[in-house]
Design a protein around this ligand. Structure first.
Ligand code: SAM
Ligand code: DTB
Ligand code: SF4
Length: 331
């Protein structure tokens, strides 16, 4: 087989073998794969906005927005379209090319709130930004409506391995997650799907999560790797901090097993030194969330990130907003 072919038949043992490589061998291999498939000087700069905050009926153990945990996050009903446009303008001005809107919903319902989200998508799309939404579970018909409105990507994470899933969330199953991903895929949306480190998982769970993603029929175009931002009042507050080495290993294995995907250094960057972030870029990360807030927690400021990228000789990647169909790159 051609050494750089995109594979969907990874065995768990192979992925485990990659994860266990000597650290620098792994980073070197990942850097080679990265440089074969991507311009290693480009980083995608994404901005996040919580369009509906808190009050979520799901019990995800990491989340500040679940009604099952007392976290002090204030419930904020669905924003107005104008507020979203203003935020997207600020993000674009600051240098973002992808704008991701998150709602603390268990699932999308066919109601006026969804109509308003469709309006938000149309508006942000008209600003030549890649538009991404993360709204919980959805049906194929709903995904089609989002696609028609101009949505580029749907984010829906599997978070951890299939075996560990029930210890992270008990109000849905990983199969529910995979069904939603399939609905988004069938509607022609690109898929953004990754997970979180720091949920009490072991190395085998990290391998299991990557194995699940890397053996999907189509790899996600975008794979966010989050490091838990600990939230007081959630079951995972007080967990041991994620090792930087493990975080970078996970990024490197995601890069090797899903060569064409954008691998995002997602939540948790405030706990990572700039040197560690640079190592993560070397290991194949090529996307970040920028801007002072993620959904409910702090994140590095735009200016600091842009300065940092420029210090590394890197630049922001242009948005994929042309006429070509985006999803075809990662099949
Ligand atoms: N409610 C929707 C859902 O769960 O699909 C969308 C929003 S949810 C906050 C999006 C993702 O953010 C989660 O799947 C999880 O991977 C990540 N996330 C949430 N809280 C986090 C935290 N405290 N630390 C790191 N990542 C987190
Ligand atoms: C993803 O994987 N990480 C983002 C985005 N997709 C929606 C969310 C991170 C949230 C971090 C915790 C918070 O700010 O509440
Ligand atoms: Fe709700 Fe999403 Fe938070 Fe889970 S991660 S509690 S589904 S907002």
């Amino acid at each position: 087989m051609e050494p750089r072919a995109v594979r969907h038949d990874w065995t768990r043992e192979e992925i485990q073998g990659l994860y266990e490589l000597p650290f620098l061998d792994l980073v070197f291999q990942a850097a080679e794969v990265h440089r074969t498939h991507h311009n290693a000087r480009e980083v995608q700069v994404c901005s996040l906005l919580s369009i509906k905050t808190g009050g979520c009926p799901e019990d995800c153990g990491y989340c500040s927005q679940s009604v099952h945990h007392q976290t002090g996050v204030e419930v904020q009903p669905l924003l107005q379209v104008e507020e979203v446009i203003a935020a997207a303008e600020r993000a674009k001005e600051a240098g973002a090319t992808r704008f991701c809107m998150g709602a603390a919903w268990r699932e999308v319902r066919d109601n006026r709130a969804f109509e308003r989200v469709l309006e938000m998508v149309r508006a942000v799309r008209s600003m030549d930004l890649e538009v991404c939404c993360t709204l919980g579970m959805l049906t194929e018909a709903q995904a089609e409506k989002l696609k028609e409105a101009g949505l580029y990507a749907y984010n829906h994470n599997i978070d951890t391995s299939p075996e560990n899933y029930s210890s992270v969330c008990s109000t849905r199953t990983i199969e529910d997650r995979l069904d939603t991903l399939e609905a988004a895929r069938n509607a022609g949306l690109t898929v953004c799907c990754g997970g979180i480190l720091g949920l009490g998982e072991n190395d085998g769970d990290r391998v299991g999560m990557l194995h699940t993603l890397a053996t999907l029929q189509h790899h996600p175009e975008s794979v966010p790797i989050n490091s838990l931002v600990q939230i007081e009042g959630t079951p995972f507050a007080g967990n041991p901090e994620v090792s930087v080495w493990d975080f970078i290993r996970t990024i490197a294995v995601a890069r090797i097993t899903m060569p064409k995907a954008m691998v995002r250094l997602a939540a948790g960057r405030l706990n990572l030194s700039r040197e560690a972030q640079a190592l993560a870029f070397l290991a194949g990360a090529n996307s970040i969330f920028a801007g002072e807030k993620l959904l409910t927690t702090p994140n590095p400021e735009f200016n600091e990130d842009l300065e940092f990228l420029s210090h590394l000789g890197m630049r922001g990647k242009l948005p994929d907003v042309g006429e070509k169909t985006p999803a075809q790159c990662c099949s």
